[in-house]
Design a protein around this ligand. Structure first.
Ligand code: PLP
Length: 390
């Protein structure tokens, strides 16, 4: 059975071109990029090219990029650098819908004397900008706001926010892990000081990420060790993964230039619109206008998301639910709760996230299999029977 993978916000397939680019750096050019022998020239040069490609993807210069091990490390590095560089400031700001990489770090910092403001969102997942601006103060060390939400795909107005935050002289970091490669991003149009990204969300391998640090931003390393990354991140470079990230960036630039995401958005819209038509009591979570082109979070009222996932899995359809199941609980996720999605809808929320590898036939297959799954599950649901007065 062919797997239909529509869980690309969780992770993506490594592009075949990326695999091909990486292989020689395991088997042939395996030398340490810091070593002073013949390996050195080749490996160091190719890392430089990868850094250049990645910089180009976001409009940065190569020396503003450091490689890390993942998005989580990039987030931690940025936030810890900002608070270490501003030791007198004890206030930090973020949103109520961040990924755990930020949310849990902020919660941890709140136990260590930091005053944390979590900016709320409305029912469409849109940020309350007045609340944000009212809560900034001279004591604020950093504001960290994601570019796009991993569950709903809702995009925040980072350009607008960053200018306002910079006007007040506060360090601004954005977690752009879900946005990179899906929408055009140019750091020159923003006032962001630091930006996190992660390779495995745009067809590079897992275990490689990067942090953009605007020239002139006060910085201190999170991983202290060797002189790698000009002393900004210790540890021998993950050469093959860096090459893979550079190749993935090159492919993403091409894809964005060719408007490849228009096709993905069309497939996503077809899936979403037809599910809304075919299945009663179905709601899209989040602002449909300002959204990543590949993502839809759909609530099927009065059914359990986990049951839907299991039944889709029987047909080899891979998606995600809107529950915090990774934490071992079936509680609706903090994102859907922050948006005030009713319990009956949040529980039955499924996230579909597409990539350039999805085809129209796959969407048609989901549209054939999913409506009867929901119908069967509802037939067994006492909540559904009560809701329809049965
Ligand atoms: N930030 C966002 C918005 C994410 O979606 C993720 C991963 O899902 C991360 C950070 C963490 O990235 P990584 O898995 O590379 O640590």
């Amino acid at each position: 059975m062919n797997v239909i993978y529509v869980d690309n916000n969780a992770t993506t397939k490594v592009a075949p071109e990326v695999v091909d680019a990486m292989v020689p750096y395991f088997s042939e050019y395996y030398g340490n990029p810091s070593s002073m022998h013949s390996f050195w020239g080749n490996v160091a040069v190719i890392i430089k090219e990868a850094r250049q490609n990645l910089a180009e993807l976001i409009g940065a210069t190569a020396d503003e990029i450091i490689f890390t091990s993942c998005g989580t490390e990039s987030d931690s590095t940025a936030i810890r650098a900002a608070i270490e560089s501003n030791p007198a400031k004890r206030h930090i700001v973020t949103t109520r819908v961040e990924h755990p990489a930020i949310k849990n770090l902020y919660e941890n910092l709140s136990k260590h004397g930091y005053r944390v403001t979590f900016i709320p969102v409305d029912n469409f997942g849109r940020l309350d900008l007045d609340y944000l601006y009212q809560h900034l103060s001279d004591d604020t060390a950093i504001v960290s706001i994601m570019w796009a939400n991993n569950e709903t795909g809702v995009i925040f107005p980072i350009e607008e926010i960053s200018h306002e935050i910079k006007r007040r002289g506060i360090v601004f970091h954005t977690d752009a892990v879900q946005a990179i490669g899906k929408i055009p991003i140019d750091v020159n149009n923003t006032g962001v000081d630091m930006l996190s990204l992660s390779g495995h969300k745009f067809h590079a391998p897992k275990g490689i990420g990067a942090l953009y640090i605007r020239k002139g931003t006060k910085f201190s390393p999170f991983l202290i060790g060797g002189h790698q990354e000009k002393g900004r991140r210790g540890g021998t470079e993950n050469t093959a993964a860096i090459i893979g990230l550079g190749k993935a960036a090159e492919l993403a630039i091409k894809h964005l230039r060719e408007n490849g995401y228009e096709r993905i958005a069309r497939l996503r819209d077809k899936l979403e619109n037809q599910l809304l038509q075919k299945v009663p009591n179905t709601i899209v979570n989040g602002d449909r206008e300002h959204r990543l082109p590949n993502t839809t979070s759909i609530a099927f009222e009065y059914v359990e998301g986990e049951a839907i996932l299991l039944m889709m899995n029987e047909h080899a359809i891979c998606a995600s639910s809107g529950s915090a199941c990774t934490s071992g609980s079936l509680e609706p996720s903090h994102v859907l709760r922050a948006m005030g999605v009713p319990f009956t809808a949040a529980h039955g929320s499924i996230r579909f996230s597409l990539s350039r590898y999805n085809s129209e036939d796959e969407i048609d297959f989901i549209l054939e299999k999913l409506p009867p799954i929901i119908e069967n599950l509802r037939a067994m649901s006492p909540f559904w029977k009560k809701a329809i007065g049965g």
